[in-house]
Design a protein around this ligand. Structure first.
Ligand code: 4AD
Ligand code: MG
Length: 457
């Protein structure tokens, strides 16, 4: 058996081949049927010519409908028709599975993404969602390749944790207690882990442990946030890539993130050309040009204070207030990269009050060594910082944040023994997939979206 993508690339005309896949369309023409088969290995389908002389032509082939699964044996020939170089002259067609046309939810027409979300078990068979899945897989592999080439160690950080990295109170609780047992002043003391545990919101704190033993590490896995945000950019379960580098400051951190994003974009341009063309034509016009431009221009760097000044100068009316000390909203972030810089923007040195406890305090005492990378259409793609490596200052910020220092003594130990300047960042993987495909809703770039009120399968 050969994958359709390999068949179309190699074009072994004259050879006998076998392919398997699902029927997209059947068109009858006199004593012939033309079948278009797709096996998910590429966007293009393979044209199969089925002649009336096939043993099961009348009984089966002529009854085939969209969605049936087939095994085809035949000879690859040059195609006389427009639209494809080669086609298969079938010698046998075996129906592996039928798909009742009365009930099969995917017909040969464009379905809305909203409708496709209601059939998440079938939507990967469509052109757009099939292309998203290939781009997602390419990006995931390119991430591992990039960090491998750069000499990073991959660390598997835990999914269940007792540390709330972002301190935003968005951790899902993991418990083996029945609701009736969750009472009293210390409800979790009798729980499975003896204290409150949850699903990780970020692997950063554990990645820091390994950065302080292996220098350059990364973790890439699912993270969870019980955030009641029903937006096109938020999920309750999303994948995050988090590199962490010892002997590295904010500048080194920004440099690494920029080089990495460009590497990933180039990988998609090189390896997913056919899928990108689909996104460019049908989903987001200009997305291809946006990616090519990004890959050969420097990102624009602005401090938070400069960004606020830029927003205040603007004649644009924003829904959310612009004021030093308030966080930037997606509309502000998008304005900065779409209108002001026309390139990705790295905003640095945010007020300490709006950032988590672990970020390194700047000399002014008011801002921290944070960096967010903002991109067109999305807003925040990356959030990172240089970490506070000075014991006393970290302990003070943790106390201010209301953390129990005993519980985080292991984190403080990293500053007590052989502390070094270190930095890292988190990239929202689905936001990256959205950015490169131009898909407008984050629920359509993850196979099984989890959002408030929705986790169907
Ligand atoms: O900015 P965040 O919250 O940073 C951290 O969690 C750090 N601990 C990362 C680090 O320094 N190692 O999240 C990082 C990124 C965001 O920039 C965004 O792209 C994505 O994760 N993200 C989400 N993506 C989808 N749905 C959500 N609810 C997200 N929350 C954050
Ligand atoms: Mg952030």
């Amino acid at each position: 058996m050969i994958r359709i993508v390999d068949l179309l690339n190699q074009q072994p005309v004259g050879e006998t081949i076998e392919v398997c896949g699902w029927l997209r369309t059947r068109r009858d023409s006199g004593a012939l049927s033309f079948l278009e088969i797709n096996d998910g290995s590429c966007l293009a389908g393979l044209q199969v010519v089925a002649e009336e002389s096939l043993a099961n032509y009348a009984t089966e082939v002529s009854r085939l409908t969209t969605g049936c699964s087939l095994r085809i044996q035949g000879v690859l020939v040059a195609s006389p028709a427009k639209g494809q170089d080669v086609e298969v002259q079938a010698t046998t067609i075996t129906v592996i599975g039928w798909a009742d046309p009365e009930t099969y939810p995917l017909q040969k027409k464009r379905h809305s993404f909203e409708y496709l979300r209601s059939i998440s078990h079938l939507r990967s068979r469509t052109n757009a969602l099939g292309a998203v899945a290939r781009v997602r897989s390419t990006l995931s592999f390119a991430i591992h390749r990039f960090f491998h080439e750069q000499g990073f160690l991959q660390v598997h950080t835990p999914v269940i944790t007792t540390s709330d990295c972002e301190g935003a109170g968005e951790m899902f609780t993991v418990t083996s207690l029945e609701p009736a047992q969750m009472q009293g002043s210390a409800p979790f003391s009798g729980d499975f882990f003896g204290r409150r545990a949850g699903l990780t919101v970020s692997g950063q704190l554990q990645a820091e442990i390994f950065a302080l033993s292996h220098s350059r590490v990364y973790t890439f896995g699912p993270t969870f946030r019980a955030e009641n945000s029903n937006t096109s950019r938020h999920l309750a379960e999303f994948w995050m890539l988090e590199p962490e580098m010892a002997f590295c400051d904010l500048n080194g951190n920004m440099e690494m993130a920029e080089v990495m994003i460009k590497y990933l974009v180039k990988a998609v341009l090189a390896e997913c050309a056919e899928d990108l063309e689909l996104f460019d034509r049908f989903i987001a016009r200009g997305v291809h040009k946006k990616l090519t431009r990004l890959s050969d221009r420097p990102f624009v760097r602005l401090t938070y204070t400069e960004a606020i000044a830029e927003l205040e100068r603007s004649s644009r009316r924003f829904d959310f207030p612009v004021q030093w000390g308030l966080d930037l909203q997606a509309e502000h972030e998008r304005y900065l990269c779409e209108e002001v810089a026309q390139a990705p923007v790295i905003v640095t040195n945010y007020p300490k009050k709006i950032k988590p406890f672990y970020m390194r305090l700047d000399d002014d005492g008011h801002t921290v060594a944070a960096m967010d990378i903002l991109v067109a259409g999305i807003g925040e793609l990356v959030g990172g910082s240089q970490r506070e490596e000075r014991y006393d200052l970290l302990a003070q910020r943790m106390t201010e944040a209301g953390l129990d220092l005993d519980q985080y003594s292991w984190y403080l130990d990293l500053r007590r023994y052989g502390s070094v300047p270190h930095a890292g960042y988190g990239l929202g993987f689905e936001r990256l997939v959205q950015f490169v495909t131009g898909m407008s809703n984050i629920r359509d770039v993850i196979p099984f979206p989890r959002t408030p009120g929705s986790a169907p399968c």
